[in-house]
Design a protein around this ligand. Structure first.
Ligand code: FAD
Length: 558
């Protein structure tokens, strides 16, 4: 699939989008659905950057109400609703419990009032409306939560998601609508016309190790935390180096649910600095995050440090004292960079948490359009907005797209042909049943559930492949439910080009398996080797690269 994409880069596009995170994927889908010729160029795998390292929430951001960012919250809760409709398999309702203690800065009344506003901004179409839990209700619903000093806990609803998969399905849908999606292609420079305006990119295919010139009428920079670096690739001397972002690092840690189990996402404030943190249920695991510290190094190298892990464990043990989590309990970690747009306050620089999460779109004198900031939740609107900027430029060149953005009406691939039912649970059960039926005896019920959880209706394509070759139902790890067929699907349908792509972003085994996938990375490498005609040397290199990635995520232990 990747090779077919690379072969198609030899044409002139209307728009090249640099960066295959959620912002770039959203813009590519929007442009393709309007009938524009678009190429999405990503230097690593889709969602390699921040878009696989978020808190995995499609949310309005209750806490932004404190900064009176009503329009941001309104936009985000409206988008949350759209995402629940176009990706019901990926954007799932989740209850958020907000415990209030006698030492809390906010009273139960104030928090409840905030939740009224939050529900009102969603026009009372939240997954469920908020309610107040008394001290004794909390003891029943969240038995491990600290009870000392607890006054009550309002409960509100937002959504959880799989950030990497949301990005992936968005990019795949862009490709289905005609976009060329090229991964492992790094943009190194821009191409200029005789007026000095950008008319394409010079890129490097990191797999074939060849340079490619790709021509286009407009280039959009959607490289998130790399945004300034991309703008600084411009050969036009700027008066000074562009430095428009204020990047901050956010770390999450993952523990097994048998060590810390929560029924809801629990919102807590760090006992030392009062920063907001979440403990979020994640199937057999729970993740806790996030930190928020300034970060100025290379975004590709970001990783959790020991201080980050200690900080998160401290908060967790404060609110869940009986679980007594230690560093030994940490199964995995991830760290991401918020591409926040820098802003100055009268008294100097804004503190990290008060920097606006809203996005900015800028056009440089050489024509480069850059979009940065924003949230995973609002990606679809951001995509539409930046494409409208590009269309204005295209119109000056005589190219018009009369089609309006309709990405809010089109289901993402895993939601197409969604079983009609009034209840999400019933639809999911119907899909599990059909997946199991089509695959036959070789596929376990747990694996069928897992396939539906990950792929939605596309699970049926995987079960059909298992029906043809029952050996594909073999679990990748004897203690888990992911199966070999997922490796084939990742390669043939989801642009996976390395073992890391499959185990980190296509299946999440990296974060969830007790060995972080080290036990099955050889099987995956050999299977991919067979599908992609890799040499023995390449297979060994892939295993080595995966092992190094696991080591990097565990570096904080040293
Ligand atoms: P990225 O995902 O970083 O994508 C940029 C891409 O550009 C990368 O894949 C990179 O490889 C590529 N690239 C860079 N340079 C080049 C080049 N030269 N050539 C080709 N490709 C290049 N938002 C929410 O809505 N909900 C949340 O729960 C949430 N939690 C968050 C938690 C944390 C810790 C963080 C850090 C962010 C969170 N966010 C959340 C915000 C959200 O994740 C980001 O706004 C979003 O993922 C940014 O996506 P992006 O596409 O702009 O950037």
């Amino acid at each position: 699939m990747r090779k077919e994409m690379i072969d198609q880069l030899d044409q002139e596009f209307d728009i090249i989008i640099v960066g295959g995170g959620i912002t770039g994927a959203g813009a590519a889908r929007d442009a393709a659905c309007r009938g524009l010729k678009v190429a999405l160029i990503e230097m690593e795998d889709l969602a390699f950057g921040t878009s696989s390292r978020s808190s995995k929430l499609a949310h309005g951001g209750l806490r932004y109400l404190e900064n009176l960012e009503f329009s941001l919250v309104f936009e985000a809760v409206s988008e949350r609703k759209v995402l629940m409709e176009i990706a019901p398999h990926l954007v799932l309702p989740l209850g958020f419990l907000f415990p209030v203690y006698s030492s809390s800065r906010r009273s139960v009344f104030t928090v409840s009032l905030g939740m009224w506003v939050y529900d009102a901004l969603s026009l009372f179409r939240s997954p469920k409306l908020h309610r107040k839990l008394s001290r004794s209700d909390v003891a029943k619903e969240e038995p491990f939560l600290k009870r000392e000093g607890l006054k009550g806990a309002p409960l509100y609803y937002d959504c959880s998601t799989d950030d990497a998969r949301l990005t992936l399905e968005t990019a795949i849908d862009a490709a289905k609508n005609g976009a060329v999606v090229a991964t492992y292609v790094k943009v190194q420079q821009f191409l200029y016309d005789d007026k000095g305006t950008i008319c394409g990119v010079q890129a490097f295919d990191r797999i074939s190790e060849k340079s490619i010139n790709i021509r286009s009428k407009v280039v959009i920079n959607a490289t998130g935390p790399w945004s300034d670096r991309t703008r600084n690739l411009s050969s036009k001397p700027q008066s000074k180096e562009i430095n428009s972002l204020r990047p901050t690092k956010g770390v999450h840690i993952v523990v097994n649910a048998d060590r810390l189990k929560t029924e809801h996402a629990v919102v807590c404030f760090h006992p030392e600095d009062g920063r907001v943190l979440f403990a979020i249920p994640w199937g057999d695991q729970t993740y806790i995050g996030t930190t928020d510290t300034d970060y100025t190094e290379d975004p590709s190298d970001v990783a959790a440090t020991k201080e980050d892990v200690v900080y998160l464990l401290e908060a967790s043990n404060h609110y869940f004292p009986e679980s007594k989590l230690t560093q030994e309990d940490v199964l995995s970690t991830w760290a991401g960079i918020r591409p926040l747009v820098a802003e100055e306050t009268e008294g100097g620089e804004a503190s990290e948490s008060s920097v606006s999460r809203e996005h900015s779109i800028r056009r440089d004198p050489d024509g480069l359009i850059s979009i940065a900031g924003g949230k995973l939740t609002t990606y679809r609107r951001m995509g539409a907005e930046v494409v409208e900027h590009a269309i204005q430029v295209l119109e000056q060149q005589g190219i018009s797209s009369t089609r309006r953005s309709d990405t809010d009406k089109r289901a993402l691939p895993g939601a197409q042909n969604w079983p009609k039912s009034d209840s999400l649970e019933e639809s999911l059960q119907a899909l599990v049943k059909e997946t199991k039926k089509r695959a036959g005896q070789s596929l376990s019920h747990q694996s069928a559930e897992k396939l539906v959880e990950i792929y939605g209706t596309r699970a049926l394509e995987i079960s059909d492949s298992i029906a043809q070759d029952p050996s594909l139902a073999e679990p990748l790890n004897p203690h888990r439910s992911e199966v070999l067929a997922q490796v084939d699907f990742s390669v043939s349908q989801e642009l996976a080009s390395s073992v890391r792509d499959v185990l980190i972003r296509r299946t999440q085994i990296f974060f969830r398996a007790s060995d972080q996938g080290l036990g099955c990375c050889g099987t995956v490498a050999r299977r991919m080797g067979k599908l992609l005609s890799w040499s023995e040397e390449r297979i060994d290199l892939e295993i080595q690269a995966y092992t190094e990635e696991v080591d990097r995520s565990r570096r904080w232990r040293l």
